[in-house]
Design a protein. Sequence first.
Length: 207
Amino acid sequence: MLSNSVINSRERSEDLSGLSMARRVIFEGVVSGVVAGATVALWYLICDLAGGRPFHTPEMLQLIFFPGFHATPTGRFLGEAAIAFTGLHFAAFIAFGLATAAIVAASEREPLLLAAALIIYACFEVSFLSLIAFLDGSALGELGWWTIASANLLTLAMMYGFHRMRHPAIIRRFLKRWDIADAGERAAAADSRGRVAELRPANSTQR
């Protein structure tokens, strides 16, 4: 009876631990996605104001992603298009944030998985640029590649800063694990070279 109660207690503890981990991933993913999305939107606004064309970038993106909506005579897009694009904008960043948060959580057990976060970032950015180019080939030139590239760097910086704040030891653990893995590979390579060197005299003797 005692052993069963201990097992049940452990199972409940593991369930609660898994639940708390899932909640943390969702919280970190949503918050980091919203923060990154808001930062990029603010950056686009700053660039548009500097160019004397307020809200030009979001209007261009709205037209690209929602071609069924048309501009009003004043040049402002309909409210439905703005709401739809805003929802799409933040949904994409939240999805990216959730994927990144899941990788960061998994890297608590295996720090080398942190490298997968960079792969996800690269896939996210390449997919975004490819989609814009596919929907409207002239859009990248109109929006300005440097504006989008700067926004991408801001996204990376915001994600890095947020997760570094939430997991302050993660970079140190990643570097330590990397050194261990690198040392293991060097030792394995040296061992392989040693075995090859041992086989060569034996082969020459047989000849």
